[in-house]
Design a protein around this ligand. Structure first.
Ligand SMILES: *Cc1c(COP(=O)(O)O)cnc(C)c1O
Length: 404
């Protein structure tokens, strides 16, 4: 019999009653160190006092008004984002996928109003993840997510990840832009080299097409910069963000230059909830903290320490982990065993992590962790790897026994 909750997730048998900083607690009081952070969402940890008070203060004033009225919280946060980034304008959404939908529509519309409506294709990359709406599964091109949901939406061209030669050849008179994650998250913490991102920027400029970055997972300090594209020293024309933006309150945004947004005039796009006062109050409080240079410096220094410690772990457990990759606090452990076995073994050690493509386990801790949390995580990782090694030894002993 089907469960009341649509069974589209293979959920772990684990539930949490409350959270505090980087920890989650079950109803019976068991404590877990959360290095998944709701998939890079709880960047400021759980129940951050400043976010709690921003939410509760706004909740006593007004929760929701339609976008047919001015929303001061939107204007304030948009100004803050515009001042801190390449962007001149912002559209607020409720999720990452909606932020991508806005980005895709904006890229097409840019060429439409420019007199080139035939430029309606976005080039995307294998291993990408842009969300679960019809357009974003088509953009991602992952067969697992497309199967049975056809007809596939046209308008996306998929190239092998990081194949710059193929990219140069793929740009045609039908190309509207290039859509890419600076670091693939769901795809397995696959880092696009900075020189490749610079090359992609140059290709876009030459062809008169738009660079659309999906920074839903990489954005807001995760890589030690406010946005990952700063690491490459280039800026996009359009950028979608979400996840950490609300620190746990559902909110996303599509940022753009004035030029890229030229087609998005009155009546072309909208959302009932997008940018509602509650979301704006929390996101404004979150962004204010995440934009501080000392906050970002902390992410960089703690990220370097974590990566160093993980490199040591790889040396100690080479039969379990092959390599560490990623930037600052967006790190992946490429496994030699099945990645979900490591996630499970870590859960037994009360360390929460997230699986990803390419047989990777993601470590996406809240950005507020300190060294004591690193040590706690490393101890759990060491114990889990030791337990998995013992299992491996047992299986191979059994196999050897069976062969005699
Ligand atoms: C999570 C994610 C999305 C989708 O965000 P939702 O809020 O789940 O719709 C899109 N792109 C990237 C890179 C993501 O990590």
């Amino acid at each position: 019999m089907i469960t009341p909750v649509l069974p589209t997730y293979a959920r772990a048998d684990l539930e949490f009653e409350r959270g505090e900083g980087p920890y989650l607690f079950t109803a019976s009081g068991e404590r877990y160190l959360d290095f998944g952070a709701g998939i890079a969402v709880n960047a400021l940890g759980h129940a951050h006092p400043a976010l709690v008070s921003a939410l509760t203060e706004q909740a006593q004033k007004v929760w929701h008004v339609s976008n047919i009225y001015k929303i001061p919280g939107q204007e304030k946060l948009a100004r803050k984002l515009v001042d801190a980034t390449f962007a001149d304008t912002v559209f607020f959404t409720n999720s990452g996928a909606e932020a991508l939908e806005c980005a895709i529509k904006m890229a097409r519309r840019y060429h439409f109003v420019g007199g080139a409506p035939e430029r309606n294709e976005l080039i995307t990359f294998e291993g990408a993840f842009h969300g679960r709406t019809l357009a974003t599964i088509a953009a991602g091109g992952n067969k697992k997510y497309l199967e049975g949901f056809g007809p596939d939406m046209p308008g996306f061209v998929h190239l092998p990840f990081g194949d710059m030669k193929a990219l140069e050849k793929a740009i045609t008179s039908a190309t509207a832009g290039i859509l890419i994650e600076p670091i693939q998250g769901e795809g397995g913490i696959r880092v696009l080299p900075n020189e490749d991102l610079r090359k992609i920027r140059a290709l876009c400029d030459e062809a008169g097409i738009l660079l659309v970055l999906d920074e839903v997972q990489t954005g807001f300090g995760r890589t030690g910069k406010l946005f990952a594209h700063e690491l490459a020293g280039v800026t996009p024309d359009i950028m979608s963000v979400a996840k950490a933006l609300g620190g746990g309150f559902p909110v996303g945004a599509c940022l753009a230059t004035e030029n890229a947004a030229r087609g998005m005039t009155v009546g072309t796009h909208g959302s009932t909830y997008g940018g509602n006062p509650l979301a704006m109050a929390v996101a404004d409080a979150a962004v204010s903290m995440m934009m501080q240079e000392d906050f970002l410096a902390h992410v960089r220094s703690i990220g370097v320490k974590l990566k160093q410690k993980l490199a040591g772990l790889v040396d100690q457990h080479p039969s379990i982990i092959e390599e560490v990759r990623g930037e600052a606090l967006m790190l992946g452990l490429k496994c030699r065993i099945t990645n979900s076995d490591l996630v499970q073994a870590l859960r037994k050690e009360h360390l929460l992590t997230v699986g990803a493509g390419d047989n990777v386990v993601r470590l996406l801790p809240p950005l507020i962790i300190d060294e004591s949390h690193l040590d706690e995580a490393l101890e759990a990782l060491d114990r889990a790897c030791t337990a998995l090694e013992a299992e491996l030894a047992q299986t191979s002993a059994k196999a050897a026994g069976g062969a005699q």
